[in-house]
Design a protein around this ligand. Structure first.
Ligand SMILES: Nc1ncnc2c1ncn2[C@@H]1O[C@H](COP(=O)(O)OP(=O)(O)OP(=O)(O)O)[C@@H](O)[C@H]1O
Ligand SMILES: [Mg+2]
Length: 263
């Protein structure tokens, strides 16, 4: 199982939307996908009907002592064809401060959980909150690849250095397999001055190009995206011909191509 984590310490840049639609695009291609919601806001969890249940991944993270495969299965919910979910709960916000520290032993708790269910899936897709707290740290400690959505309009790349440095620290101390899979632009409006986009792309390439590939695919502004989320339906069923669906298919193609070539 490859674990893909969508993160950016800026809020509202399209982390959940990207995790959701890349995961669904992988499932549509016949891959078994486990979603893991590490954000107490639980936007990913509420994207799925029937996921409103008392069990959540925080229960496993908080639990003292060992847990069995049955304990993990008790939390996982099937939410679609080829798609299961480890849901989040709002309780995880209050619990985050009590989660055991940032040291190697405790940081790998989610990694341990995912390793146990790993044989059942080809991909795990993790959604994270818009800050680097313990939950994001634990998520990145469990990930093979970090994907960073950036909103070009709001200079969503400010603070990326923090995330890239966190990644480097984790790689050195806790998770040597972690790599930055790529940076991509979301909510891109064709009405933006192309100058702005070029400036942002150049800046990002200049600052982070060595550490992270910048994807060719850009996810455009698409009203179908929030509309599908409000309708509680997959974007690919709700508006299969929308630019949103087209862009997330293309982004998934690009991610798979990079994975085949080892990054
Ligand atoms: N390409 C897009 N076109 C139009 N709206 C979008 C697009 N991508 C995301 N949105 C909308 O922008 C809002 C924020 O997106 P999303 O929830 O994915 O961001 P996030 O980074 O997960 O936010 P948070 O930091 O709060 O978790 C949502 O209402 C979503 O529907
Ligand atoms: Mg989110």
């Amino acid at each position: 199982m490859k674990t893909l984590c969508f993160s950016n310490n800026k809020g509202g840049v399209g982390k959940t939307t990207s995790a959701l639609n890349v995961g669904l695009a992988l499932a549509r291609r016949g891959h078994r996908v486990l979603f893991c919601d590490c954000d107490p806001q639980r936007s990913l969890t509420i994207s799925f009907e029937g996921a409103d249940i008392p069990e959540h991944v925080g229960m496993l993270l908080m639990r003292k002592g060992e847990f069995s495969l049955d304990d993990i299965h008790a939390v996982i919910r099937p939410v679609g064809e080829n798609v299961d979910l480890l849901p989040a709960s709002a309780e995880m916000e209050a619990n985050e401060a009590q989660l055991p520290g940032w040291d190697a032993e405790h940081s790998t708790r989610l990694a341990d959980i995912l390793e146990m269910v790993g044989p059942e899936y080809e991909y795990c897709v993790i959604d994270t909150k818009g800050s680097i707290g313990t939950l994001t740290w634990i998520a990145l400690a469990a990930a093979n690849l970090l994907y960073i959505p950036v909103d070009p309009e709001f200079y969503g790349f400010e603070g990326l250095t923090n995330l890239v440095n966190t990644c480097t620290r984790l790689r050195r101390r806790i998770n040597p397999s972690l790599r930055i899979g790529g940076i991509f632009f979301t909510k891109y409006s064709p009405a933006y001055r192309s100058r702005l986009r070029h400036d942002v792309v150049d800046l990002i390439k200049e600052h982070y190009g060595k550490e992270a590939p910048v994807f060719n695919t850009t996810v455009r502004q698409s009203t179908a995206i929030p509309n599908a989320q409000m309708a509680g339906t997959s974007l690919f069923d709700y508006a299969p011909d929308s630019t949103g669906a087209e862009d997330y298919e293309a982004l998934t193609d690009e991610i798979l191509q990079h994975l085949q070539h080892g990054n």
